[in-house]
Write a protein that binds this ligand. Structure first.
Ligand SMILES: Nc1ncnc2c1ncn2[C@@H]1O[C@H](COP(=O)(O)OP(=O)(O)OP(=O)(O)O)[C@@H](O)[C@H]1O
Ligand SMILES: [Mg+2]
Length: 356
């Protein structure tokens, strides 16, 4: 197996089979529905984070990094140093945001962007694999199933080809088929010592944004990959060994359809809850209600006196008064983390926490 040479893209295969095209219609439709709904709603920052938190948590769980939402919450909101599994999840979320900003700013994804994204995920600058010896094993038997390309120049050559493929416009608009192809290719190039899976899953959603299929990185696709991990690994392997492209493409397309609907239902619930809270605050606390305050409250899952002070240009005392009023009325729950008092938007956070 170690003398296997990974071919460059595009693969020699006729992708547009009847089954694929049929599934493609459904997947595109689901994604368009999600896009249509999210385009119309305010408070996108917190919404993206709502999806990103679960995405990051699940995505990190492929590596058996299990962490609780409560640990995560502490890790996200406090400026004190955190360690362990919560940190991995926070890094994943950070990498996703970082990548999203790059795509929005430049309108393309380069090899260097991918290297930067991976370095945020693993928190080191090791970059592309330089030393040979990386092998992929079957998790249960320990048998070596694949030896990815070795040597920096060989890896860069393949990445260069991948970069072109990512940034190319497709006249046929079969971007979702391309996504499946490039995810396979990226994982087979396996350019890094670690974090290839996580980087690859971030690239998936960035690609969707890059091609304008969604405006924000809010597709909760990793959960599907994780739920179907055994199949995912088997299908990757079968593409390479048996050229079974169709099953792989269908697997990814189905995942996109399924997760677009799951994400849509989360987004709807989330947005309704925000609307309810706005109404309630307006009606029960008219003295402190303002549109600006609402925007600050629904920017993140937590807020601090400082943010309110700066955001509304009020004194510390006023800011503190606003937050304690909101807490007394049950909209926020505060907690002291280190020296800071953090006000959690508990209703929204609980919604995300229990969403499955
Ligand atoms: N046989 C295979 N052929 C191609 N790619 C594979 C194969 N087995 C695993 N992979 C890919 O390698 C990834 C794991 O690589 P790596 O450990 O570098 O990434 P990670 O982000 O640390 O882990 P994880 O994906 O488990 O979270 C898997 O997610 C999968 O995409
Ligand atoms: Mg790993």
């Amino acid at each position: 197996m170690s003398d296997y040479k990974l071919p460059v893209l595009p693969p020699k295969f006729d992708f547009e089979t009847k089954t694929v095209l049929k599934q493609l219609v459904n997947s595109n439709r689901a994604l368009a529905e999600l896009k249509g709904y999210t385009d119309t709603i305010p408070n996108k920052h917190i919404l993206i984070n709502a999806v990103a938190i679960n995405e990051a948590k699940d995505s990190s769980a492929i590596e058996n990094i299990i962490t609780t939402h409560d640990e995560l919450y502490k890790a996200m909101s406090s400026s004190i140093n955190i360690d362990g599994s919560a940190k991995e999840v926070v890094n994943y979320r950070k990498a996703l945001w970082y990548g999203y900003q790059l795509v929005k700013k430049h309108g393309f994804i380069t090899i260097n962007n991918i290297i930067e994204i991976q370095s945020v995920i693993v928190e080191n600058n090791a970059g592309i694999r330089k030393i040979p010896g990386t092998v992929l094993k079957n998790e249960s038997t320990g048998e070596i199933v694949y030896t990815p390309p070795a040597g920096e120049s060989e890896i860069l050559k393949l990445l260069d080809n991948l970069e072109k493929y990512i940034n190319e416009d497709d006249d046929g608009l079969n971007y979702l088929i391309n996504l499946a192809i490039l995810h396979y290719q990226f994982e087979c190039i396996h350019p890094f010592f670690d974090g290839n899976g996580r980087a690859g899953r971030i690239i998936n959603v960035l690609y969707i944004v890059l091609k304008g299929l969604l405006d924000s990185p809010i597709l909760y696709l990793s959960s599907y990959i994780i739920k179907n991990k055994a199949n995912y690994y088997r299908l990757l392997q079968e593409v390479r060994v048996e050229n079974k492209w169709e099953d792989w493409i269908i697997f990814i397309l189905k995942g996109i359809e399924e997760t677009a609907y799951t994400t849509l239902s989360l987004v709807k619930k989330f947005n309704n809850e925000i609307e309810n809270m706005c109404e309630e605050i307006k009606n029960t606390l008219p003295k402190i209600y303002s549109k600006e305050l609402i925007n600050l409250l629904f920017y993140e899952f937590y807020t601090k006196i400082d943010y309110i002070k700066k955001g509304l240009d009020v004194t510390r005392k006023t800011a503190s008064n606003y937050l304690s009023t909101l807490e007394k009325a049950g909209f926020l729950v505060s907690d002291k983390i280190g020296k800071e008092r953090i006000y959690q938007n508990k209703r929204l956070y609980d919604l995300v926490k229990h969403f499955r």
